[in-house]
Design a protein around this ligand. Structure first.
Ligand code: NAD
Ligand code: DAU
Length: 339
């Protein structure tokens, strides 16, 4: 089996590649990644010479480059993680989100149609369902919840999902889609809540909490997401959407306080800043379908996963320090100075 993994130099894609090389040592894994600001080859350095791993630097929206790779590699399965993934950046500059997340998805599926494929899997997000109110804890996102997006990021991901389902109906492309809640774990880019707070706390810098910090996210350890995708590409039903989440809702402020406690840093570092525009209040996934059909359940409890994650950032300082010392400085100043 030969699997193309796009976006494999990013957070979840890299964890998925490590998972697959470990779980299926006989598979060939081909990574395609454009190495944008969010992609780091250093993340993949331990497997660069692995006999069953190959890396191509290419943009998924570059049709010629993608067709060339498909022609020479002839993959059996494509798992598309490549995306612009940060909501705040999408609010600043939506255009690149449309190109990568929508056009890139279309180009990959066209390549699948042209060269043949057993399965195209689209890694989507719970953000396509919009948000839920804080005062209705009985409500959850199911696969039947209508698409109702808030940000340019989630709109681009929802557009891609619609296109994926249209390629299935129109051309019979064998597709599946997973919509997962917030992931956390190793190699998470430090622009996102958990790694940003860990890095800032370790550097005794202010911890910028948007609004009042009452927004709720449903956190899942990244390895559990990777296992879910592994199950879907092997046993999932073609044409179906699977929600992935572990019933682990937390308020942002409680996560930040927990990180302070674990790192023995004072809560006085917490600074409330201007809220994100259009900020989604609450995400909460109902994972009944993937549990009943594929037997998936999360394995890592948040209390253990957050400890493991913090320890990883302590043990791998050079990985994130290199990132935050570069172009990230300009991003951080633009987004957080006088906020
Ligand atoms: P990330 O930003 O860490 O990584 C994205 C990767 O895609 C990077 O390596 C980047 O270089 C690459 N990339 C970007 N544009 C590209 C292009 N045009 N061509 C080729 N490669 C390109 O993102 P992530 O957090 O790992 O998310 C991966 C996927 O999972 C995304 O599709 C995202 O929407 C989805 N998702 C993320 C979460 C989460 O909590 N992080 C939850 C649910 C779904
Ligand atoms: O739900 C899945 C989504 O989760 C994925 O599709 C996205 O790719 C991923 O980035 C993530 O989106 P969020 O917007 O939920 O994640 P983020 O880490 O940016 O923010 C989490 C919460 O923390 C959100 O309510 C905003 C808040 N926040 C974030 C940052 C970066 C802060 O309060 N301060 C911050 O500095």
């Amino acid at each position: 089996m030969k699997i193309i993994v796009t976006g494999g130099a990013g957070f979840i894609g890299s964890n998925f590649i490590f998972h697959m090389l470990n779980a299926h040592p006989e598979y060939d894994i081909i990574c395609i990644d454009a190495l944008t600001y969010a992609g780091n080859l250093s993340t993949l350095k331990s497997i660069m010479n692995h006999p069953y791993f190959k890396f191509y630097r290419a943009d998924i929206a570059d049709r010629e480059a993608i067709y060339r790779i498909f022609e020479s590699e002839k993959p059996d399965v494509v798992v598309n993680f490549a995306a612009e993934s940060h909501v705040d950046r999408s609010i600043e500059n939506p255009e690149i989100f449309l190109r990568t997340n929508i056009m890139g998805t279309a180009v990959l599926m066209d390549a699948c149609r042209k060269f043949g494929i057993q399965r195209y899997h689209q890694v989507s997000t719970d953000e396509v369902y919009g948000d839920l109110p804080l005062d209705r804890p009985d409500l959850f996102f199911t696969e039947e919840t209508p698409i109702h997006t808030s940000s340019p990021y989630s709109s681009s991901k929802a557009s891609a999902d619609l296109l994926v389902l249209a390629y299935h109906r129109t051309y019979g492309l064998p597709v599946t889609i997973s919509r997962c809640s917030n992931n956390y774990g190793p190699y998470h880019f430090p622009e996102k809540l958990i790694p940003l707070m860990i890095a800032n706390a370790l550097n005794d810098k202010p911890l910028p909490v948007y609004g009042e910090g009452l927004n709720v996210r449903d956190w899942l350890y990244v390895e559990d997401h990777c296992r879910a995708i592994d199950l879907i590409i092997h046993n999932g039903k073609v044409g179906e959407v699977y929600n992935v989440g572990g019933h682990n809702e937390m308020r942002n402020i409680d996560i930040v306080k927990l990180i302070c406690k674990e790192l023995d840093k004072p809560e006085s570092l917490i600074t409330y800043v201007t809220d994100r525009k259009g900020h989604d209040m609450r995400y909460a996934i109902d994972p009944t379908k993937i549990h009943n059909e594929l037997g998936w359940l999360p394995e890592t409890k948040f209390a253990d996963g957050i400890k493991k994650t913090i320890q990883w950032y302590l043990d791998n300082r050079e990985w994130w320090e290199e990132i935050i010392s570069g172009e990230y400085q300009n991003y951080y100043e633009k987004m957080y100075t006088n906020r």
